[in-house]
Ligand binder design. Structure first.
Ligand code: DX5
Ligand code: ZN
Length: 216
């Protein structure tokens, strides 16, 4: 079953609670946390996640594009995130961090930027509930999908199958009605979509359309 996670990066930040309700039927709400160090953009932090988790029943999928996730990620679990993704490029101790996120009661997820290969991390996969393969350089919504990531998605799906793991394979960046089928075919099962959902006239309808394309 494909999961569709709208990214509130493309929503109206002055109306976050309403924007969360506008995508009813979505599996998770994707919350992009940026610190202007790991990526050249700044968004929101722990207090906003705390408020948002009270404002919506949709579980929060927090994507931390920040330095020092070892220090911050556990605070996002405490703030109410159901899933916390840290970048392996920024984590000092990814295994310890994944274990801490799980121990605090959230799903632990690790992200790879486009130039970061999956192979060195094969042995870490059992420590994770989800792996995120970025299909754009992180930092901004509305960028074009990087087709050159499809082989990495495919290889990662093969590794997951080889080890008999349950972990979800998420992709993020440039996901739209014209790219989602290729990603699903390559083996992704969790799809983040910002502009394709919040840029649509009817965001809830856009979620349904993406889901049906991914499940074809
Ligand atoms: C980019 C963020 C994405 C972003 C995706 O760094 O991680 O979650 O919101 O936006 P679209 O779907 O517009 O590419
Ligand atoms: Zn994201």
């Amino acid at each position: 079953m494909a999961q569709i996670n709208p990214s509130i990066l493309s929503a109206d930040f002055a109306r976050l609670a309403d924007e969360a309700k506008a995508v009813q039927g979505a599996d998770w709400l994707h919350v992009d946390v940026m610190d202007n160090h790991f990526v050249p953009n700044l968004t929101l932090g722990v207090p906003v996640v705390e408020s948002l988790s009270r404002a919506t029943k949709t579980p929060l999928d927090c994507h931390l594009m920040i330095e020092d996730p070892d220090r911050w990620a556990p605070q996002y679990v405490e703030a109410g995130a159901g899933s916390v993704t840290f970048h392996v490029e920024a984590a000092a101790a990814p295994v310890r961090l994944a274990r801490e996120i799980r121990a605090k009661g959230a799903r632990a997820s690790m992200a790879l930027k486009p130039a970061t290969p999956i192979e060195p991390y094969e042995d870490l996969l059992p420590e994770l509930d989800m792996l995120l393969i970025m299909t754009v350089e992180p930092g901004f919504g509305g960028q074009s999908f990087l087709d050159i990531m499809l082989p990495k998605i495919r290889r990662t799906r093969e590794l997951i199958s080889k080890h008999g793991l349950e972990l979800w394979l998420q992709i993020d960046g440039g996901v739209s009605a014209s790219t989602i089928e290729r990603c699903a075919e390559a083996g992704a099962d969790v799809f983040v979509a910002g502009s394709a959902v919040y840029g649509a006239h009817d965001p809830a309808e856009a979620v349904r359309t993406l889901r049906s394309l991914a499940e074809q």
